[in-house]
Write a protein that binds this ligand. Structure first.
Ligand code: ATP
Ligand code: MG
Length: 419
């Protein structure tokens, strides 16, 4: 039996690649006009980067990472997200030294050992953007606006931005105390996982997907009542800017994120069309993270778009892969003649093909048909003697003879003229 791909790892087949390309191009274009530069980083990092960055008591680090010991005995991990590795690169190359404000984007595969289902893979792809070196609420708004813009240009399904602020290390301890107290009172009714979370990472209980836990958390103390003045002002300003930009959002005071590094602004872009995995993009602010990773005390805010989920929200039409022309060359002399023609056309940007083997006209025409070629050039040894070739327009169903000397230029003209 043939070996299949690893569970949760998916092939992107030729018919699908066109929408991947469209997504990448749209994202690149949006980043360009917003002044974000591309950075490309490895998909493998030392495990400590994620353990320190994402947090020990998060679902990702506790149970989702692809971690292994390599032949040198180092513990390495396939990146489950991009921010920690990207910041590692920023610190390692001291990128902040050259530019006090860094606006970076990257795209590529991420790896998490989760249960594969609709919208959830083990290798999935993200488009990430990070604004590093600023606490300004304008940066939070810009990152959200950019995520929204990319999605708005591509997705046809309904979407909404859910926004929250989860405070900072100054205000959170007071909330945490009250939350732990509340959780201890409802502990018996919580799911096993949440009972554990209550001890290790109480804020994460807000993120439980089980209805009974969600119901119970409706009455839990909310962070919004604990903001310090700075966090309150910061959030109010993010809101003001988003309103000025006319970006639609709703405040969701229950929204927390699955990674420990977030402070203040957190957001998700969700769509009811996605089913259970309804979040297509997410992000937030991570002011202490660069320092935690051994760098200077730089603030930052970022976002990640899940490409596979975005694809589920797109109107998908396969791209037209038809080539411009196919050349049916019959007999050895004609085939020798045709090869430099093809080279010429291709060098000039015309997509041209011929069959690798000398086959009958019927077989070659069949192949031409399959490629979807709009023009077919038919050349045989007999025609060559007469100095002519036949050019057939497969769309208009017309054909004519042209002189061998003119064929290269003439066909190029025909192909370039609009249909
Ligand atoms: P979820 O709650 O859906 O598990 P998350 O909080 O783990 O999401 P993030 O770490 O914030 O997700 O990742 C950002 C985005 O990446 C998600 O909104 C989603 O679009 C995408 N994503 C995350 N995990 C997966 C996965 N296993 N398969 C496909 N896409 C994913
Ligand atoms: Mg997850």
């Amino acid at each position: 039996m043939a070996t299949a791909a690893v569970r949760g790892f998916k092939d992107i087949l030729p018919g699908e690649v066109s929408y991947w390309r469209k997504i990448e191009e749209t994202a690149r274009d949006t980043f360009r006009v917003s002044g974000f530069q591309e950075i490309r980083i490895p998909i493998l990092e030392k495990t400590e980067i994620f353990a320190r960055g994402i947090g020990e008591h998060t679902d990702i680090v506790e149970k989702e990472m692809y971690t292994f010991t390599d032949r040198s005995g180092d513990s390495l991990t396939l990146r489950p997200e991009a921010t920690a590795g990207l910041l590692r690169a920023v610190i390692e190359h001291k990128l902040y030294g050259r530019q006090p404000l860094l606006k970076l984007f990257t795209m590529g595969p991420m790896f998490r050992h989760e249960r594969p289902q609709k919208g959830r893979l083990r290798q999935f792809h993200q488009i990430n953007a990070e604004a590093i070196g600023t606490v300004a609420p304008a940066a939070d708004a810009e990152v959200i606006w950019m995520a929204w813009r990319i999605l708005e240009r591509l997705a046809s399904g309904a979407m909404r931005i859910e926004l929250n602020s989860i405070g900072c290390p100054l205000c959170r301890p007071f909330h945490r105390e009250d939350l732990i107290l509340y959780l201890s009172r409802i502990s018996a009714k919580l799911c096993t996982e949440c009972r554990r979370r209550s001890k290790t990472n109480p804020l994460r209980v807000f993120d439980c997907k089980n209805d009974p836990c969600r119901e119970l958390m409706q009455r839990a103390p909310l962070l919004q009542h604990y903001y310090c003045p700075e966090c309150g002002d910061h959030f109010a300003e993010v809101i003001r800017i988003l309103k000025r930009l006319d970006i639609p959002f709703v405040i969701n005071p229950y929204l927390v994120r699955g990674l420990d590094y977030y402070v203040r602004t957190t957001f998700e872009i969700t769509s009811p069309d996605l089913g259970a995995q309804s979040t297509v993009a997410a992000g937030g602010r991570y002011d202490g993270l660069v320092k935690d990773l051994g760098g200077p005390d730089l603030a930052g805010v970022g976002m990640a778009i899940g490409v596979e989920r975005l694809i589920l929200l797109m109107d998908r039409a396969e791209a037209d892969h038809a080539i411009d022309l196919f050349i049916c060359a019959l007999g050895p002399t004609a085939r020798k003649k045709a090869v430099p023609w093809i080279k010429n056309w291709r060098n000039n940007g015309v997509s041209a093909q011929m069959s690798y083997e000398d086959k009958s006209l019927k077989a070659q025409m069949k192949q031409a048909d399959r490629t979807g070629a709009r023009q077919v050039v038919i050349v045989g040894d007999n025609e060559l003697e007469k100095g002519i070739v036949t050019v057939r327009d497969m769309v208009a169903h017309e054909q004519r003879d042209v002189s061998v000397d003119e064929v290269v230029e003439l066909v190029e003209d025909i192909v370039r003229s609009p249909y």
